[in-house]
Design a protein around this ligand. Structure first.
Ligand code: PLP
Length: 389
């Protein structure tokens, strides 16, 4: 039976899923550190110690695997814990090609941890596959990308990048946070590993932090399980349950947030204080054609430039329904200042090169009535115009 994604958000793959023995509709929270045994050498329940595995987390991992088309998934306490665990695949002397436009936390991870450990990370414009090819060295082990990227919304050709990576025996790792498995399935397009900040669209309610590693190959999944068990960054049972509950409404949230985002992007385009709108769903976006080929939607993340730093700062302070806050993907619309919030640790030269300037704002469009969102942005812009001399 071909079970559609909306159904899998709610039930996972009913054929092979872990079911509650008491047939609870909402899978229980197994709030326990350890599991008892009856006989030495036998593990009746299959569970031992929650750092290693826990039924609530295992159930969530099954649901996420089913959405991403993965052989298996490992859930972590944050997106950064998942990404750090993923980089444990590599050793000193290895070279990793990364999209140059990445969530700032990953750039910090490269500088603070990977550099010290001798893992050489190099930033490349991965929207240009020739540039990726030119960067490959004998010690290159993987290509790590975000598409759409944070915050510049650049689109990398996933099929092309997977073919290129595999031609050289490299792993393709894709951060799928911005579109979620509802709109994009990198593993089905050739990627080897998908990374998620589950704190965003998957959990969807701005109420918990989580992360995932999903892999196509069971050997990679087993490596991730060993790394998670050894380093201990796993997701707690209650948070696993929260994310699982959030995923049940992923499909409807993604659809409505995208519908809202399209209207907001169109509106932003018409405002004279907004000088550029970066939304992959706009035909004029440079990644639009590739996006159409590899995704089933464009999501609800928009970055835009204001005409001055003053306009940007005043918008941030003046919004009333939209919230000036870091993060994305939840029910609430959030307006973020990348230069100060998500990318402050990125060296200024690199920020300037990427276009992360003091006039760039990032908007995660939520589930409020879109007329209220637009009216709120409008009053924030009007106020800044009135106050200007
Ligand atoms: C694209 C992307 N990947 C990874 C992360 C890190 O996730 P977390 O905050 O859950 O550690 C973030 C956080 O904003 C992100 O935007």
């Amino acid at each position: 039976m071909d079970i559609k994604l909306e159904t899998r958000c709610i039930h996972g793959n009913p054929s092979d899923s872990l079911q509650d023995e008491n047939r609870a509709i909402s899978f229980p929270i197994y709030q326990t550190a350890s599991f008892s045994h009856i006989k030495p050498g036998h593990n009746e329940s299959g569970f031992d110690y929650t750092r290693e595995s826990n039924p609530t987390r295992s159930r969530l991992e099954e649901v996420v695997s089913s959405l991403e088309g993965a052989a298996g998934t490992v859930a972590f306490a944050s997106g950064m814990a998942a990404i750090s665990a993923c980089f444990e695949l590599f050793a000193g002397g290895d070279h990793i090609i990364c999209s140059e436009d990445l969530y700032g936390g990953v750039i910090r991870l490269n500088r603070v941890i990977h550099l010290k450990n001798g893992v050489d990370t190099e930033y490349v414009d991965t929207t240009d596959l020739q540039a990726v090819r030119a960067a490959i060295r004998p010690n290159t082990k993987a290509v790590y990308i975000e598409t759409p990227s944070n915050p510049m919304m650049n689109i990398t050709d996933l099929r092309g990048c997977a073919e290129l990576a595999h031609e050289y025996g490299l792993l393709l790792i894709v951060d799928n946070t911005f579109l979620s498995p509802y709109f994009q399935n990198p593993l089905l397009l050739g990627a080897d590993i998908v990374v998620h900040s589950g704190s965003k669209f998957l959990a969807g309610h701005n109420d918990t932090i989580s992360g995932f590693l999903c892999a196509k190959d069971i050997e990679l999944v087993n490596k991730f399980r060993l790394i998670a068990k050894t380093t201990g960054g796993m997701l707690a049972p209650f948070d696993s349950w929260l994310v699982m509950r959030g995923i049940k409404t992923l499909a409807v949230r993604m659809e409505r947030q995208q519908e809202n985002a399209k209207k907001v992007a169109e509106w932003l385009l018409k405002q004279k204080q907004i000088t550029n709108v970066l939304y992959p769903g706009l035909k004029e976006h440079k990644g639009y054609e590739i996006g159409v080929r590899q995704t089933s939607g464009f999501g609800s993340m928009i970055s835009f430039y204001t005409d001055s730093k003053e306009t940007a700062l005043q918008m941030l302070q003046k919004v009333k329904i939209v919230i000036f806050a870091e993060s994305l993907g939840g029910t609430e619309s959030l307006l973020t200042y990348p230069a100060l919030q998500t990318h402050p640790d990125v060296p200024q030269e690199m920020r300037e090169h990427l276009g992360i300037t003091e006039t760039l704002l990032r908007l995660s469009v939520g589930l409020e009535n879109v007329e209220d969102i637009i009216a709120d942005l409008e009053q924030a812009l009007d106020w800044s115009r009135d106050e200007r001399v």
